[in-house]
Ligand binder design. Structure first.
Ligand code: PHE
Length: 632
């Protein structure tokens, strides 16, 4: 049976934009900018977007489209030991869905509240009271941090959210594409309405000035975690490292232009974030003026960070406008639509992986979706307890580690493992593995020196990096020289170095060319020589960053929440590591996740050939064989 396809290229782009644009754009992004030196945050954000985010987005869209399967299958093609990365990413996405759906449930409840009374729910309420009310009435959070009960209405709202998710993706990808036009189009319109309203309010310019007008660049060195936060934000917002983009692009025609698609998705997403910032902080500036407080006021700043913003300050501010009730409703409708397409894309990543396996190849898509939805709902009950918000915040924080780790492994597998057999054949094991160790060991040593000690040994870190790299590389080159002299390697130095530095990537490029259209050479370079190394450094940076109270590293002491919450977050992270490790050590454990058949509808005359390949164990150069058999 031919693989289902999006009805058009635009349908894919719109659905991918829908996945990318979500709560992350409207409260995470502006909030980060506000917290980290206003406009100065744009520096790490833009760098992270261009150097890391967009390359990984291209990576995911490429492999999904090229191999025509979800994350587990696609990484299985690269190397069967790396199938665990695909599994880890969809597992991460499942964990995110389980709390993302609860956020949607809260939005739903807030919408219902906003419909009570013609003036809306928040008329004549102070911003602090607004958020407090949300905490106690909607989430159920009281003073104690020990979970004691399940909040019934949240369970009901969560069930509704899961039914909607099920309906959006259970039927098929064509239907999902059609729904996405609506869930993307309407929030864009609504954003412009909110934006125009915001910038025409008194005091809005003050808010906007704080958001973008003040460039406190000192935060870039004083708060080094701003760099890893920027990368995490870019990952979360672009929906990469969750298997979502791979799943979506696996329903593309194989010759859809990957590069331009990725740029359109990434730019639309960032544009939305930046514009949302104006709408949010214009309104916040107005609220500050109305309340007669300064935007620098510590207490007030607490009310405009994270959930307090959308569930407290924002509706309160809107309620003071003429026709306030309608504005509140508009906000929650926009939020729900923004979030729902991100929610169902997360589930789609999971469903695609399952549906493509031997295990579930004959199961109906709607059945798989129904079972996944049921599980998602059940796991989501944790966040429907009275301390659900704290669970949610903990999970959301530890997800940052998973994103960096999964991103690192994704780039490592494509940049360093793909085609490694060919390199070893030409050069021998020692130089290929030696070069890999020289690269990563020196970066790991430098990260240890930079972030492992109290005194932040910047100079020693660089020294360590350079010395270790040079020593190991000298060993590698000396070995190559011996082999060259003895005639074992018959290549010129130029050929030898090209093979060592970029051989596998050039091979990958040859495989892709003519299939997924143009991808610049720079991308191949970045995926091998910059992105995985940077992610390793950022991972160490995040792991070592101090918590707010200075009582230890954030890892294990996030916001000084009680140990149970830290354990909860760490165990989620532990699961990801475990899934990756099992795949690396015992690849056979995941053979049930290999894909059922490989075929392409544009390839009918060669179907026999291709189907034969489906029986070959993945990861044995089958990717190369596959592409040779498919001419598009
Ligand atoms: N990108 C979405 C947002 O910004 C969240 C999301 C993450 C969706 C991961 C899919 C995958 O809110």
């Amino acid at each position: 049976m031919a693989r289902e396809k999006w009805s058009s290229r635009i349908a894919f782009i719109v659905a991918a934009i829908g996945s990318a644009i979500g709560f992350g754009n409207i409260w995470r992004f502006p909030n980060l900018a506000f917290k980290h030196g206003g406009g100065a945050f744009f520096i790490p954000y833009i760098l992270a977007l261009f150097i890391i985010g967009i390359p990984i987005l291209i990576l995911e869209i490429t492999i999904g489209q090229f191999y025509q399967t979800g994350d587990a299958g696609a990484f299985g093609f690269i190397n069967k030991r790396f199938r665990g990365i695909g599994l880890a990413s969809v597992l991460t996405s499942f964990m995110v869905t389980s709390y993302y759906s609860v956020l949607l449930a809260w939005v739903l409840r807030m919408f219902v509240y906003s419909c009570q009374g013609s003036d809306g729910r928040w008329a004549n309420v102070a911003p602090s009271e607004g958020f407090q009310w949300f905490l106690s009435t909607v989430t159920g959070l009281e003073d104690s941090l020990t979970p004691s009960r399940i909040v019934g209405p949240n369970v009901g709202a969560l069930a509704i959210v899961w039914v909607v998710i099920f309906l959006c993706i259970g039927i098929g990808i064509k239907w999902t594409g059609r729904i996405a036009y609506f869930t993307v189009g309407l929030p864009v319109l609504l954003l412009f309405v909110l934006l125009i309203r915001a910038v025409t309010l008194d005091g809005s310019s003050e808010g906007i000035k704080q958001y973008i007008g003040e460039w406190d660049v000192s935060v870039l060195s004083d708060q080094p975690e701003v760099w890893s936060e920027a990368v995490s934000q870019v990952f979360f917002s672009l929906s990469v490292t969750f298997g979502v983009m791979t799943a979506y692009s696996s329903y593309n025609k194989r010759n859809s232009p990957v590069f331009s698609n990725s740029l359109i998705i990434a730019f639309s997403n960032s544009l939305y974030s930046i514009i949302a910032g104006f709408a949010v902080f214009g309104t916040v500036g107005y609220l500050a003026q109305k309340e007669n407080v300064s935007l620098d006021d510590k207490e007030f700043r607490k009310l405009i960070g994270g959930p307090a913003l959308v569930f407290g300050a924002y509706p309160v501010a809107l309620s003071t406008l003429p026709g306030g009730g309608h504005w509140e409703r508009l906000l929650f409708v926009a939020l729900f639509l923004l979030g729902i397409d991100s929610g169902f894309s997360l589930v789609e990543g999971f469903v695609t992986v399952l549906h493509d396996t031997y295990l579930f190849q004959n199961a109906k898509r709607w059945m798989i979706t129904a079972v996944v939805s049921l599980f998602g709902f059940l796991v989501g009950l944790i966040y429907c307890t009275d301390t659900g918000l704290i669970f949610l915040d903990s999970a959301d924080f530890y997800i940052n580690f998973m994103m960096l780790l999964v991103g690192l492994f994704e780039c490592f597998s494509v940049g360093w493992i793909y085609g490694i057999e060919g390199q070893i054949q030409k050069l021998g094991v020692f130089p290929v593995i030696g070069y890999m160790i020289a690269t990563f060991a020196s970066v790991a040593l430098a990260s240890g020196l930079w972030f492992g000690s109290e005194s932040n040994e910047v100079r020693n870190g660089f020294l360590g990096l350079i010395i270790l790299y040079l020593v190991l590389m000298a060993g590698v080159l000396w070995w190559c020289r011996q082999k060259k002299n003895s005639g074992v390697i018959e290549m010129t130095w130029k050929e030898l170095l090209t093979e060592l530095l970029m051989g596998n990537m050039l091979q990958f490029r040859r495989e892709l060319v003519g299939v997924v259209r143009y991808i610049p050479l720079l991308w191949f370079f970045l995926i091998r020589h910059l992105v995985p190394q940077l992610l390793l450094i950022l991972f160490a940076n995040l792991a070592a960053s101090e918590n707010e109270k200075g009582t230890g590293s954030k890892f294990g002491h996030y916001l000084s929440y009680p140990t149970g919450y830290q354990a909860f977050g760490i165990s989620i992270f532990g699961c990801t590591c475990f899934v990756i490790a099992v795949g690396l050590l015992f690849p056979k454990c995941y053979s049930c996740f290999s894909i059922n058949t490989i075929e392409d509808e544009e390839n009918t005359e060669e179907d026999e050939n291709v189907r034969d390949l489906g029986n070959v164990e993945q990861g044995d150069g089958i990717g190369q064989a596959f592409s040779r058999n498919v001419h598009v």
